[in-house]
Design a protein around this ligand. Structure first.
Ligand code: ADP
Ligand code: ZN
Length: 622
């Protein structure tokens, strides 16, 4: 639905050229004559220097008898000019004696009706708008040609792209690395779409709707595309948030239109991304979008029910929050089949990397399994990004191939953000060094926390310094003890600052937010507080669509709310106390780490161990 980037640039350029030309024309009209003040005009009249004037409304133009020097604006500069023509405006206060003075000085007076000039003025006034509208119209036209549902037609159309087999983007299961189970489950649908007749003869029952459940970036869209590619059918894809518009009823008509198109193109696949944007439980809505979302959802439900037996249209939808979906969506005949897509384990990560390094030249000695093992938690999208970043780094260095080192740097960039150049005073550097040393030391001293991957005081992303921990292996469960240690590690930065400088700085702000969110989840979602008990509360739950918290209706009492607050505070202060104890006792190590950080700026895990280890030796030697 979007114009290509270059086209947009071209249109913007065209615009500015037209506008400049237009204003240059307007400005140029004033060059032979000069605009003078009305009082100057009066004094010239008294001096008998006015030959003739033309009055058009309040605007007066005229000719001097002799060329006259005036100072005026020309091309943005103030300069004295000698002109024979002038223009001025009559003040709103009517000049009673003007006419008699004009007659007295023998000035030739012409009056022009303002009517005609009004028309010209209007024309000049709307010219740029006409151009604008024209360009807009042209833009829309080209957008509409790209798919069924440009913006003009968008009020009634779906805005879906169609990807037919012949077009680009022919994706097959080969392009989707790993996910063997998910692929197996979707094979059935591919078989059906390839040969529906055969399938029906055998009497197989084909699901109409399949829900792909998994975190963002794990390849749900890719998988849906691959199903269409394998089956060789038309692929319609839309993000559910595109259904929701400002106007009530638009979403529903878009749904109708999308399904109409898909039925016409059958056999086909409809892919709806972010299904939870429309599919959230009815009644859980908020504000004005409520009605619209409900209508859209109802339309979606009735379309899915309306398929008859022989319509070979399969609806795939993606979400990472199946729990918030309206139960009506999950009923038999609708999205009754679920395919869960997990974050890839290291074997799958290696396969995903293999898919994405097809396009780049790899140096000898690159071992993708090492990269795969070192990137727990990363999704397919992250890994694609990693290969991409590494290739960019390599080409920036004019290297002939991507090396292990490039991949490593790319990983750091993705994990910790890009390095930023900014001026930092030695004092700030010292504070940051102690802050990061605090995180690092608490993490190193507490058994069972994730090992330190890297710690740096080079500003990265939004932060002045970063301590990056990386689990050794893929993690699926987080025991409470692990999370409590995690809280202590995050508090470590702030605690170190207070210990050394006697006060905290603003640098710990984002740490506090993370700590609060984590503690809130521990209490409200994972039932880790004895006082609150094994219950879950909607508190601390992020709105999946907006990605932030909403003031939702509370389903618990004020007394419980108070207790929750108390418990969150307790969790945090306990963690702070733990960090404080550890750092006070190990002050020597803290100093050593901070010192090393100020000198070396970035330490990796091994170096951190070395520094802490050596200090242990020193202490025990004393
Ligand atoms: P989702 O729809 O789950 O948010 P996408 O399908 O949009 O994720 O994935 C984004 C990108 O990540 C894909 O275009 C693809 O390049 C890459 N990717 C994700 N998973 C895989 C995978 N299993 N194999 C290869 N590439 C993958
Ligand atoms: Zn911090």
């Amino acid at each position: 639905m979007s114009l290509s980037f270059t086209k947009q640039i071209l249109i913007i350029m065209l615009f500015s050229i037209l506008f400049n030309a237009y204003y240059a024309y307007i400005a140029q009209q004033g060059t032979q004559s000069a605009e003078i003040s009305y009082s100057r005009f009066r004094s010239e009249l008294t001096a008998d220097n006015i030959k003739k004037i033309t009055i058009k409304g309040a605007a007066v133009t005229g000719e001097f008898r002799a060329k006259t020097k005036v100072s005026g604006q020309a091309q943005g500069k103030t300069a004295d000019r000698v002109v024979s023509l002038f223009s001025t405006f009559m003040p709103a206060i009517s000049d009673q004696t003007l006419m008699s003075d004009l007659t007295l000085h023998n000035v030739e007076v012409t009056a022009i009706s303002t009517e005609s000039s009004l028309l010209v003025n209007i024309l000049i006034g709307i010219a740029p708008w006409l151009i604008l509208a024209g360009l807009w119209w042209m833009g829309m036209k080209s957008m509409r040609n790209q798919g069924p549902g440009g913006v003009l037609g968008g009020l009634s159309r779906s805005g879906a792209h169609t990807y037919t087999m012949q077009e680009k983007g022919q994706v097959t299961f080969d392009d989707v690395a790993g996910m063997a189970d998910s692929k197996q489950e979707l094979k059935e649908i591919v078989d059906y779409l390839r040969n529906p007749k055969k399938f029906e003869r055998i009497g197989g029952k084909v699901p109409k709707g399949v829900l792909l459940v998994g975190p963002p970036g794990t390849g749900k869209t890719l998988l849906a595309r691959a199903v269409a590619g394998e089956a060789g059918v038309t692929f319609f894809s839309i993000s559910a948030s595109q259904f929701i518009e400002m106007f009530v009823g638009v979403g529903a008509s878009r749904v109708r239109d999308l399904f109409d198109n898909a039925k016409k193109a059958a056999p086909s696949i409809i892919f709806i991304d972010e299904l939870d944007a429309v599919g959230r439980s009815r009644g859980a809505g908020f504000g004005g979008g409520h009605d619209e979302r409900e209508q859209t959802l109802n339309q979606l439900l009735s379309e899915m029910d309306g398929f008859d037996q022989h319509q070979e249209v399969i609806v795939l939808a993606a979400t990472n929050r199946p729990d918030v979906l309206d139960p009506a969506l999950l009923r038999p005949g609708r999205f009754d089949r679920h395919v869960v897509i997990e974050r890839p384990d290291w074997r799958d990560r290696e396969k995903i990397l293999q898919v994405h390094v097809r396009k780049v030249a790899l140096a000898d000695g690159v071992d993708l399994s090492i990269v795969a093992r070192g990137t727990p938690g990363m999704t397919g999208a992250d890994l694609e990004n990693l290969v991409n970043e590494a290739a960019i780094l390599a080409s920036r260095e004019d290297a002939s191939a991507v090396s292990m080192e490039h991949l490593d740097k790319a990983k750091d960039k993705i994990l910790m953000g890009g390095e930023r150049k900014m001026f930092i005073t030695p004092e700030e550097k010292r504070i940051t060094a102690y802050h990061e040393a605090g995180h690092t030391l608490v993490a190193s001293l507490l058994p069972g926390t994730d090992p330190i991957h890297k710690v740096t005081i080079i500003p990265r992303g939004m932060a002045l310094g970063v301590t990056q921990q990386l689990p050794e292996d893929d993690r699926y469960h987080y025991p409470q003890s692990y999370l409590e240690k995690r809280l202590a590690v995050i508090m470590g930065g702030r605690v170190a600052e207070r210990l050394v400088f006697g006060e905290v700085s603003t640098g710990a702000q984002s740490d506090l937010k993370i700590v609060t969110d984590l503690a809130e989840k521990m209490v409200c979602q994972w039932g880790m507080s004895d006082k609150v008990g094994a219950m879950t509360f909607s508190r601390g739950e992020e709105h999946p669509f907006l990605g932030r918290k909403l003031a939702e209706e509370k389903s618990f009492s004020e007394a419980m709310a108070w207790r929750i607050d108390q418990e969150i505070a307790t969790f945090i202060s306990r963690a702070e106390q733990k960090a404080d104890d550890l750092l006070s006792v190990n002050r020597v190590k803290l100093d050593l780490l901070a010192e090393a950080l100020q000198q070396e700026e970035t330490l990796d895990g091994a170096r951190v161990d070395e520094i802490i280890g050596s200090s242990t030796l020193k202490i025990s030697a004393r």
